[in-house]
Design a protein around this ligand. Sequence first.
Ligand code: 13P
Ligand code: SF4
Length: 357
Amino acid sequence: SEEELHERIQQAKATLGEKLVILGHFYQRDEVVQHADYVGDSFQLAKAALNHPNAEAIVFCGVHFMAETADMLSQPDQSVVLPNLAAGCSMADMANIDQVEDAWEQLMEIYGEEPDAEGKAPLIPVTYMNSSAAIKAFCGRNGGIVCTSSNATTVLKWAFERGQRVIFFPDQHLGRNTAKAMGISLDEMPLWRPQLPLGGNTEETLEDAKVLLWNGFCSVHKRFTVKQIDQAREQFPDVRVIVHPECSMEVVDAADEAGSTDYIRKAVEAAPAGSTIAIGTEINLVQRLAAEYPQHNIFCLDDVVCPCSTMYRIHPGYLAWVLEGLVDGEVRNQISVDASVSEPARVALERMLAATP
Ligand code: 13P
Ligand code: SF4
């Protein structure tokens, strides 16, 4: 039962003490979040993995790319555990390393490899945290960097200080929303469809490009629509609409604000009592905020419940199972990135950490 699982988790945690740190993403279900030592957005959790060098094990309640990142940022003698190995991310899977390398080769033929008169590289690869370690390693090897939804603007500025153009993996929406807010026009942001030669573009379009957008998206955030925002405004004329930047440009434009999961949490915290707030992000976070801030009227833009199905795969039963393994000295479901990948990937992650105040 749920209570038994709760007991087992608490007991294993008590036995492991300081040897263990549990990290939980905001999208995790409450039955899991309540056991986490740190709850945060993907940037905060990457930093938490870096900042606990004394724990023997980091149990990551989130998805695969987050656990990989934690492994790459933590100490070599620490083990990172993902309670359910099937907790992936469909967006991260949309950029595969062979396709990325193929795209790069085609683009180098057009742009050349030499820097311009100001010393700027022809193209800088930028990857959203929501990508495999192999893509992060690709960015590390090619002068590029990682970003999260909380520092995408800072990171794109970093890239434009060093390069004439950017290719952004894998989320077209975060890339487009961020570049647009920086004043880059839509015709300078061609979409790269990896199945097509030149990503489905002409050479001229690519020559004029500032930000090439990889054709990925989040299936959870894709569900939010302008119509839902219009309906919320009709029903509650004073509603404040806050969405995650993984939503489409039309949705971000129609909303009052867009920001990372931690941005959304802080906005709710700072809102005057009695605010009506419609949120466009994963349902577990929205429901938790609604419960934590009963002084507001908080609801999800999509009334058909929209969980991230892979985040949801971290069931408390798996958490109990990996923790009891650790008590017995057995590391179950360890995530360990090979040094040939983690070393260059770490370069791209460290550039992000250095660029982000
Ligand atoms: P953040 O935690 O950076 O807001 O990202 C949301 C997300 O989709 C994680 O997969
Ligand atoms: Fe991936 Fe979207 Fe789930 Fe985030 S919410 S883990 S981007 S599928």
